[in-house]
Write a protein that binds this ligand. Structure first.
Ligand SMILES: NC(=O)c1ccc(NCc2cccc(O)c2)nc1
Length: 246
């Protein structure tokens, strides 16, 4: 997969793409991240990329032309067609389902706005999708782009040590993750649940599923409302609820 990022802060994006799993995906040729700086495409001698908003109001907006020229350069840097995704608080909320869809594409172009955003005419003509990483305002879209790069990068085949850890991620099945434990078994903070040391893999899978269902019910009932539970899941959750309310 190739990701081209249009950003006034390429170093930030490059550094975040060199770390951890995403860095490894890069080394293994599973994912390539290239940055494009609109300032390099500003034609006036002050290299302006922003200007004041019509109608007044605080802050500045990014100008059309440097972004447009920069996007054109990014597009023609590789043959694959790519959706232009604009990170903005006005976008569709990013979910693991969306991440999986993006991870399956050959290429993405991520557009990072700074200041108060970008001229709407550029959005209307060049942007395919707006994506929000959460309901809050950041000083720029770069952190959102880094989140997309990480979430998509770790799903690239061969990026993770144990492939199954991507398939058993929380949210992969719409639920929160179960609790996890490692050594020591006995600790002043508590003991590892017996079932996890039983070697009974069916019981372990059941316990983990029940914990995931129970935690989702307790912490994120909105997620639970969105998925249809099997009879087995309903029974596990019912038992969790009875135990919790007892
Ligand atoms: N929630 C997000 O994904 C997110 C994305 C970008 C951003 N800041 C740049 C920006 C971009 C557009 C409009 C705007 O008002 C601010 N802040 C938050």
């Amino acid at each position: 997969m190739r990701i081209d990022v249009v950003t006034l802060f390429p170093d930030f994006i490059r550094q975040s793409a060199e770390l951890g799993v995403v860095g490894r995906a890069g080394e293994r040729g599973l994912m390539q991240v290239a940055c494009w700086n609109p300032r390099d495409y500003a034609t006036d001698n002050y290299r302006r990329v922003d200007d004041r908003p019509f109608g007044g109001g605080p802050g500045m907006l990014m100008l059309i032309d440097p972004l447009r020229a920069c996007l054109a350069a990014a597009r023609q840097a590789a043959p694959e067609p790519a959706p232009v995704i604009y990170l903005s608080p006005q976008g569709e909320r990013l979910t693991q389902r969306k991440v999986r869809q993006l991870a399956a594409l050959p290429r993405l172009i991520l557009l990072c706005g700074r200041y108060e955003g970008i001229d709407e005419r550029l959005v209307a003509s060049e942007v395919d999708e707006e994506l929000s990483v959460g309901d809050y305002v950041l000083s720029g879209g770069e952190l959102g782009a880094a989140i997309v790069i990480d979430a998509v990068g770790r799903l690239q085949e061969g990026a993770l040590h144990h492939a199954e850890s991507a398939t058993q991620d929380s949210f992969e099945d719409g639920l929160l993750d179960c609790p996890h434990y490692t050594r020591p078994v006995e600790h002043e903070l508590g003991t590892v649940p017996e079932v996890l040391r039983s070697g009974d893999h069916a019981a372990i899978a059941r316990w983990r599923r029940q914990q995931a269902l129970g935690r989702t019910w307790l912490r994120r009932p909105d997620l639970l409302a969105r998925i249809s539970l099997s009879k087995a899941d309903q029974a596990l959750l019912e038992a969790f609820r009875r135990d919790w309310l007892a």
